[in-house]
Design a protein around this ligand. Structure first.
Ligand code: C5P
Length: 140
């Protein structure tokens, strides 16, 4: 891709979260059929809507997608994904959340899995998510 093409893409801001359970496992969610990148395993989250902070987005999305409740002070950003897809450039802060309430379930029909950090690479991920793995490995 040329530099000019990259500049023309709109920027999409998505907030993503590594939910970490008491055993140090991380939750991955599988993108469902019908969505872009279907079948790939991602850190849960979603688009930051106008007027939201990324933390507010995550609190909303974790509830909507997984039935998990958390609070803003329980979230800490670890790093940012920055990836150019064909039709947009994605900026995606990755938050870490260790304190949450509820049992995660795929409320939108998506498969979910608690995965040990060493096994994260066994799950095919969107290209924006993959570079985040070493940051998590280092942290956990
Ligand atoms: O989840 P949603 O489809 O709203 O996300 C918009 C786009 O952001 C996806 O099509 C995908 O390209 C990208 N994305 C990603 N990794 C995530 C979440 C979204 O690459 N964890």
């Amino acid at each position: 891709m040329t530099e000019t093409n990259a500049k023309q893409r709109r920027i999409l801001l998505v907030a993503a979260c590594a939910l970490v359970d008491a055993d140090g496992r991380i939750l991955l969610a599988q993108r469902p059929e019908g969505k872009q990148l279907a079948g790939l395993w991602e850190f849960p989250g979603g688009k930051v809507e106008p007027g939201e902070t990324p933390e507010e987005t995550l609190i909303r999305e974790l509830d909507e997608e997984l039935g998990i409740a958390t609070k803003i002070p329980c979230l800490a950003p670890l790093t940012f994904a920055s990836h150019t897809y064909d039709d947009f450039h994605l900026l995606m802060p990755l938050y870490v959340c260790r304190r949450f309430e509820g049992t995660a379930r795929g409320r939108e029909g998506q498969a979910i899995k608690w995965v040990r950090p060493k096994a994260l690479r066994d799950y095919p991920m969107p290209p924006a998510d993959e570079p985040l793995i070493p940051f998590l490995m280092d942290l956990l």
